[in-house]
Design a protein around this ligand. Structure first.
Ligand code: NAP
Length: 504
């Protein structure tokens, strides 16, 4: 059994951020565990054609590692992944990270006052780690959601999820079906439309797709970002503030976003000539209710003669095609499944077991998905969840939210160290009240009133994934660790003597 002060599960943006924060605050006794073979999380896994970020690059990066070299305003996956790896190198995260190591179970042991983490890896087999603190940085968009469609397992052609792209399969000239028209699909479809023989796009709900102000940065801009002090930060702040304005409409006044409907419809008219197709792809809910998508190439791709938009609903998949509810069968060679992720029901939640022997999945399945400040959960002592409930965003950079959580994490660790505390657990009443307020703020939101269904809601119909309002309010809420919100245990009253730890 290995002993560490902190075990971080996940080496994506949030797990890396946690590791860097630990280092910067003198907590050097930690390990990062990741089942993949590289840093980057979602930016490592999503290698589908056209993968890019729909948040501007200068904002979608760590505030402490700005990158003057971004080649364009909206970066592609490879460039973001390269940035992430540069950051990992700079902060020497490799020496603390165990890749290809799957966490099969993380269980709070009340007697030992520790997390017992079971791992499995190709090289080291099954092992256990005992940690004072568990940081769950598993990411909400890591477990592909496969559609439950009759016959899909029997399909004889190539079939893969957008986040598990099969680069060995050449789709050139093939008949391809794409299921889904979300954020991933609208990036994939234009790339495929240019090379496949024929494409059927299976659309269940037409999304709002607005134009994207994407362009390459000029040599002069690169020079300015590199050499003029504050220039890049100023640009970042401008992008940040412009995006924050949208959050007011999303949360409190959906009607102020109405002009976006006209922009979206104009985008459709610009890209598609056929009136039948135009009608099919025109959304029927208020903009913002589902994630607002950005693309200049999606509608032109749908407008191509070799692309059909199928809205009849899928009845079943046969070994060689897809049958829609009207009885039509369309023969295909390959299916791209772009149906999103298990967000509110991630299998990862089943492996985290709290003080009462219940997993996070069981607790949330019974009570609904909830945490305090998106970070700590009653029943799960000494655990910090990155990108937890009510921290997601539809309008700006998640890195901003991650860094807010990192402030809270750092202040938590410093506070418990200063006060000789060995166990913290958020009070049930505090967590309840916090979530009551979150839900009450959401009552006016477009996600509640916009006339759509979305993965922002859990099975009880509560919006449990999104932060309501301005992100600077979340930054403020997470600035300091609020000890009074927690039940604590000090070293002298701990059930077992403290093990020696250099960093405590
Ligand atoms: P998604 O937004 O959840 O979209 C899934 C799509 O699949 C939707 O169109 C959905 O239709 C459809 N679908 C699901 N089950 C289906 C079924 N059984 N039959 C037919 N259609 C089905 O998933 P995603 O596109 O992978 O994106 C997930 C999230 O990843 C995004 O919201 C975003 O946060 C993130 N993302 C970000 C970027 C970026 O640029 N930053 C890029 C890609 C993804 P309904 O709408 O009817 O449910």
């Amino acid at each position: 059994m290995n002993d560490v002060k902190v075990a971080v599960v996940g080496a994506g943006f949030s797990g890396m951020g946690a590791a860097i924060t630990l280092r910067q605050n003198g907590f050097d006794d930690f390990v990062v565990l990741d089942r993949g073979s590289d840093f980057g999380g979602t930016w490592r896994d999503n290698t589908y054609p056209g993968a890019a970020c729909d948040v501007p690059s200068h904002l979608y990066s760590y505030s402490f590692e700005l990158n003057p070299e971004w080649s364009r305003s909206f970066s592609k996956q490879a460039e973001i992944h390269a940035y992430i790896n540069r950051v990992a190198d700079k902060y020497d995260l490799h020496s603390r990270t165990r890749f290809r190591t799957e966490v099969t179970d993380a269980r709070w042991d009340e007697d030992q006052n520790r997390w017992i983490i079971s791992t499995d890896s190709e090289t080291d087999g099954a092992q256990q780690i005992r940690a004072e603190i568990l940081v769950g940085a598993i990411g909400p968009l890591c477990e592909p959601r496969l559609p439950d469609i009759e016959g899909i397992e029997g399909f004889e052609g190539a079939i893969f999820h957008s986040a598990r792209w099969d680069h060995e399969t050449d789709l050139t000239g093939k008949r391809v079906a794409v299921i889904g028209t979300g954020a991933s699909a609208i990036q994939i479809i234009p790339e495929l439309a240019a090379k496949v023989g024929h494409m059927d796009v299976y659309q269940r709900t037409a999304p709002w797709v607005l134009p994207r102000a994407d362009r390459e940065y000029t040599a002069l801009e690169h020079w300015i970002f590199k050499n003029v002090p504050g220039a890049q930060r100023l640009s970042r702040t401008g992008i940040y503030l412009a995006h924050e304005l949208v959050s007011y409409g999303l949360t409190h006044r959906p009607d102020v976003l109405r002009p976006a409907h006209a922009i979206g419809r104009a985008n459709i008219r610009r890209g598609i000539a056929d009136p039948v197709k135009r009608k099919k792809v025109t959304p029927q809910f208020k903009v913002g209710c589902k994630r607002i998508l950005l693309s200049n190439t999606y509608y032109p791709a749908l407008g191509q003669d070799n692309v059909d938009v199928v809205t009849d609903g899928i009845a079943k998949v046969t070994p060689t095609g897809i049958v829609t509810k009207d009885g039509t069968e369309r023969e295909i060679d390959a299916i791209v499944v772009a149906t999103g992720f298990h967000v509110t029901d991630s299998p990862g939640f089943e492996h985290i077991v709290g003080k009462d022997g219940e997993s996070l999945a069981q607790v949330w399945d019974r009570d609904g998905m909830a945490a305090y400040k998106g970070s700590t959960i009653h029943g799960f002592p000494n655990m910090f969840l990155m990108i937890g409930p009510a921290t997601g965003l539809g309008h700006t950079s998640m890195v901003f939210m991650i860094e807010s959580q990192l402030n809270y994490l750092a202040d938590w660790l410093k506070t418990v160290q200063r006060n000789d505390i060995t166990r913290t657990e958020v009070r049930a009443d505090v967590q309840r009240e916090y979530n009551r307020e979150v839900q009450s703020t959401l009552e006016t939101s477009v996600w509640e009133n916009g006339g759509c269904s979305s993965w922002y809601k859990d099975k009880f119909g509560n919006i449990t994934t999104l932060w309501p309002g301005f992100t600077f309010n979340y930054r403020k809420a997470t600035k300091n660790f609020d000890l009074a919100a927690y039940e604590t245990q000090r070293a002298e009253s701990a059930r077992r003597p403290e093990p020696q730890s250099a960093s405590v």
